[in-house]
Design a protein. Structure first.
Lengths: 407, 128
């Protein structure tokens, strides 16, 4: 059997894949070489996500500790680095309860449905030049489609738990998720428009000027929207422990809880990687042929730090403030961004339908002004309605209890 | 090459199988640990009650929900369907004529009027 990858194959560009395929193909059938080469990359990706989640749990606790003027975990290993391993071992050896009256199958499926899409998201992310598992030409759509599976998983968690607070948490989480989905999706339209492609590799190559400068408003909307989609502070009403225990994962314990937490922290890493690719130029940088992965990791780390910074800085918003922020601030902003980018592309593009670096520079100059103006205008528009509004709690009569607030 | 094009999706299919297998295997590992009595597994009726701050739950988990949730869901559907039309348009916009821009402006404009109407009718407020 001599099975070598043809040089015109779409998979040929990926160096690691090519090498493994050719080595395995020299003594194995073609389909087996295809499988083995794929599995080698998949092995790396799965480990990247899970180790990334572990590193982010540790990093977040350390950095939060610094923000709050304390030390953070520092007992296990150098700088407490083995803390996530200790956490996982502890949770693995804890009792795994399934509450009475819960829906057995749906309850068991939730942790799997939360972790699996997260791992799947990494399939299209280019870690360095030509280093994605599959450089799909619909990369952005793939990301949006796969990432929205987790909202179904969250609702399943609330629905199957047979717990009132889990149900409240799930309803709030879904309301927040769908509200922030719209501005996030609209903000990515500008990126797709300027790059004229949905493939993440082409988007990175189109960034002669990083898109964070070309369309700062889109980055702002994306970052705020993704913080909400990940249920992170300041948008974490879905798991507000002072009101509804732990929200949708109240009833989860043991390894299932570990998986849900891994999905949350891994999500931060994956979303940061996506933000780095779409807005910060991904693997581009000096000597990007060899050091692409280093630039990619650095940019991802910066975005992860931003997420932790948000969490340490802002207090939790109320649900009405969150909704107002999405529909009255982020959605108009993403619409303005879309309109601005459309007009700029239309008037700046060359006769052959392309944008030069100078064009991107002009777009950046215009868009930074547009961003400042619209943030001020819409910020003033929602400010007094959000902060000065006092709300009478709605009361509803339930037999047996005095009154409860409807969430 | 068409065949080659589908190979990428084949890789994603393999990846999907692995991605679902990883969390499943962790849950299976936990179950095995309980078989070998490394982790405890002795549920009692009190442990299995729905968790509610230590008091007994009155009534089931099914409560009335704020009607707002439905309004937001409807708004979401409108805008998400809009996006489905916007993405293919945006991908090829760089080579489109003026007509394509005006057409999409009218389409988005109609939906923006809808959003303005919802805003005006105070449907975007949570509390009223």
């Amino acid at each position: 059997m001599n099975c070598q990858l043809a040089s015109d194959s779409v998979l040929y560009a990926n160096g690691l894949y090519r090498v493994v395929y050719n080595v395995a193909g020299s003594f194995l059938p073609c389909w087996l070489a295809y499988l083995i080469a794929g599995l080698v990359i998949i092995f790396i990706l799965v480990n990247a996500v899970l180790l990334g989640a572990a590193v982010i749990t540790w990093g977040e606790r350390r950095v939060l500790g610094r923000f709050q003027n304390r030390v953070g975990p520092n007992r296990w290993g150098p700088f407490g680095m083995f803390q996530p391993i200790a956490d996982l071992l502890k949770l693995l050896t804890k009792e795994d309860l399934r509450p009475q009256g819960s829906d057995r199958i749906v309850f068991a499926l939730v942790p799997i449905l939360m972790v699996a899409p997260l791992i799947l998201l990494t399939a299209v992310i280019p870690f360095a030049k030509n280093a994605a598992l599959a450089s799909l030409n619909v990369g952005v759509l793939y990301i949006l489609a796969v990432s929205s599976v987790s909202s179904v998983a969250i609702f399943m968690a609330g629905w199957s738990s047979n717990n009132r607070y889990a149900m409240f948490g799930a309803a709030r989480a879904v309301a927040v998720l769908i509200s922030y989905e719209v501005p996030v999706v609209l903000s990515l339209l500008g990126v797709v428009m300027v790059a004229a492609s949905m493939s993440l590799g082409s988007i990175v190559e189109a960034q002669a000027l990083p898109f964070i400068l070309v369309m700062p408003m889109a980055f702002l909307v994306f970052l705020a929207g993704m913080s909400a989609e990940l249920n992170r502070s300041p948008f974490d009403v879905a798991e507000a422990e002072s009101e509804i225990i732990a929200g949708y994962h109240t009833e989860y314990s043991g390894v299932r809880f570990a998986l849900i937490q891994a999905a949350e922290f891994g999500g931060v890493g994956v979303v940061a990687a996506i933000a780095a690719v779409l807005f910060l130029g991904g693997w581009s940088g000096p000597w990007s042929e060899y050091l692409g992965w280093l630039w990619f990791l650095l940019k991802t780390g910066v975005v992860v730090f931003l997420f932790i910074w948000f969490r340490a800085t802002y207090p939790r918003l109320r649900i009405d403030q969150i909704m107002a922020f999405s529909w009255k601030f982020l959605l108009p902003l993403s619409m303005i961004n879309l309109a601005a980018v459309t007009l700029e592309v239309f008037f700046l593009r060359g006769d052959d339908g392309s944008l030069t670096t100078a064009d991107l520079g002009i777009m950046a100059a215009i868009n930074i002004v547009v961003t400042v103006v619209s943030v001020i205008v819409f910020g003033n528009l929602i400010r007094d309605r959000v902060t000065l509004r006092t709300r009478q709690p709605q009361q509803v009569a339930v037999p047996g209890v005095p009154t409860i607030e409807v969430s | 090459m068409l065949d080659d094009y589908f190979r990428q999706y084949g890789l994603i299919a393999i990846f999907a199988v692995v991605a679902f297998a990883v969390p499943t295997s962790l849950i299976l590992a936990s179950w095995l640990l309980s078989r070998f009595r490394i982790r405890p597994n002795n549920p009692t009726p009190v442990k299995l009650e729905p968790y509610e701050c230590g008091v007994q739950t009155i009534g089931g988990p099914w409560n009335q929900f704020n009607f707002r949730y439905y309004l937001y869901a409807i708004l979401f559907v409108i805008f998400d369907v809009e996006v489905v039309f916007l993405y293919p348009w945006a991908t090829r916009f760089i080579s489109f004529e003026l007509f394509a821009m005006i057409e999409m402006a009218i389409f988005v404009g109609i939906l923006l009027v809808g959003l303005a109407y919802a805003w005006r009718k105070r449907d975007l407020e949570w509390g009223n």
